[in-house]
Ligand binder design. Structure first.
Ligand SMILES: NC(=O)c1ccc[n+]([C@@H]2O[C@H](COP(=O)([O-])OP(=O)(O)OC[C@H]3O[C@@H](n4cnc5c(N)ncnc54)[C@H](OP(=O)(O)O)[C@@H]3O)[C@@H](O)[C@H]2O)c1
Length: 253
């Protein structure tokens, strides 16, 4: 098999959460371009249909499932639907996420819990459901963040804790499943990519962050998708339990 062939996902099935906007849309297109069929999950089903159209344009099949990842039963339904439609799950991309800045003295328990429920707990419910049906050779990729490694200079306790927790979850699932089940589990820690999430930042913050990035700019979703396909495919067959930082060098300084 050639080196480039190792990146192909022909005949594989990927379950992708957070497929209704931002990075998830780019991930869906990239995974389909590499050859995978996709089960797409998010709450906004109208927007999932638009993502499915992009997958179909690449000649692959897509099924859309309205999914709130904070609900374990909904996570199970997404995986069940993938199994019913395609008969297998080879890749899980835990991409659904949310977050905002809230000073620790004012953040309510409900606000804090709602971020942890989606960004950390939701990834675990999805991994449990997928892990039960995945065969040896499968791959899970959790979308963490550089804010799980380093402060972004804003009050983001819930978001940072959830993304740091996800790195721990990645390590533990890898040690549970890689040797025993042949399932690799890795995380991506993206730096800054323009999406609806970064649109929430106060004026000035984005420019200030950009000035700290060694590459001198925000990332393009295709640059992150390339790293995702590496971890999801046989190209990454000897990589497990790791967190791959894709940030233009912002964590270096
Ligand atoms: N953009 C960046 O610079 C950056 C950097 C580091 C990490 N990340 C991470 O990348 C991932 C994608 O973020 P993004 O930047 O693409 O933001 P985005 O455009 O806001 O997308 C977030 C996605 O998560 C989904 N989502 C949110 N809550 C959900 C829930 N309860 N159940 C199911 N889906 C849910 C949203 O879909 P619905 O609203 O339709 O449910 C949407 O598809 C997140 O995990 C984020 O933390 C982003």
């Amino acid at each position: 098999m050639s080196v480039l062939d190792r990146f192909r996902l022909d005949g594989k099935v990927a379950v992708l959460t957070g497929a209704s906007s931002g990075l998830g849309v780019g991930f869906a297109r990239g995974l389909a371009e590499a050859g995978a069929d996709l089960a797409l999950g998010a709450r906004r089903t109208d927007r999932l249909a638009a993502t499915a159209a992009l997958v179909e344009k690449e000649g692959r099949r897509a099924v859309c499932v309205g999914t709130d990842v904070a609900d374990p039963a909904a996570c199970q339904r997404l995986v069940d639907e993938a199994m019913t439609t395609f008969g297998r799950v080879d890749i899980l991309v835990n991409n659904a996420g949310l977050g905002w800045a809230a000073p620790a003295t004012r953040e309510t328990p409900e606000q804090f819990r709602s971020v942890i429920d989606v960004n950390l707990n939701g990834c675990y419910w999805m991994a449990q459901a997928a892990g039960r049906v995945m065969q040896p050779g499968s791959s899970i990729v959790n979308i963490s963040s550089v804010l799980g490694l380093k402060s972004g200079g804003l009050p983001q306790a819930a978001y940072s804790a959830s993304k740091a927790g996800l790195i721990g979850l990645t390590r533990d699932l890898a040690q549970q499943w890689t040797a025993r089940r042949g399932i690799r589990v890795n995380a991506l820690a993206p730096g800054f990519f323009r999406t609806e999430m970064t649109d929430l930042y106060q004026p000035g913050y984005v420019e200030e962050r950009e000035s700290r990035i060694l590459a001198g700019r925000f990332g393009e979703v295709e640059e992150l998708t390339a790293a995702l396909v590496f971890l999801a495919s046989d190209a990454g067959s000897y990589v497990t339990g790791q967190t791959l930082v894709v940030d233009g060098g912002i964590t270096v300084i």
